[in-house]
Design a protein around this ligand. Structure first.
Ligand SMILES: [Zn+2]
Ligand SMILES: [Zn+2]
Ligand SMILES: [Zn+2]
Length: 152
């Protein structure tokens, strides 16, 4: 799945203090990411250059020390079906990356990292697990196609 902005997003370290605004005591953490620019994360005060791509700016939030994004924000850009959705303050969110295993395995587990999922319709615990599974299986698919002898 060729989604360079998503790969970059998953590699990005968020919530670092902004070099320009991190000392003010006000939120100067870099928790915004622009899908269009695919650059470094930035803080709310550094948002102005991205005003033209307002719809492309994702706000990353923190939940249980993990980075999460609101379903409303991400689903316009990425199909999050089969990813476990949680709720923070009544807002549906998904995790960016897999979480530390904190619970024993249940009946439904993430297909990638085996983490327990509370929603039986889910298959992945996080965006990263879904992306990795999708790319692994498409690689396997390509490999299989190559190994089939052409016998016509
Ligand atoms: Zn800033
Ligand atoms: Zn931008
Ligand atoms: Zn997982």
């Amino acid at each position: 799945m060729a989604l360079p902005w998503l790969n970059k997003l998953l590699e990005t370290v968020f919530f670092e203090p902004c070099p320009l605004h991190g000392d003010f005591g006000v939120p100067g953490e870099c928790n915004l990411y622009c899908i269009s620019c695919m650059g470094d994360p930035f803080c709310i005060h550094c948002r102005e250059p991205h005003n033209d791509h307002r719809d492309q700016v994702l706000q990353i939030r923190k939940c249980l020390h993990q980075e999460v994004v609101r379903v409303d924000d991400i689903e316009k850009h990425f199909d999050i079906s089969s990813i476990q959705v949680y709720k923070i303050n009544d807002q549906p969110i998904v995790f960016l990356n897999k979480q530390e295993e904190t619970r024993r395995h249940g009946r439904v587990n993430c297909q990638m990292c085996n983490r327990y999922l509370s929603n039986q319709d889910s298959r992945f615990c996080s965006i990263s697990c879904k992306v990795n599974t999708v790319s692994n299986s498409s690689l396997e698919h390509q490999a299989n196609e190559k190994s089939i002898p052409h016998s016509l």
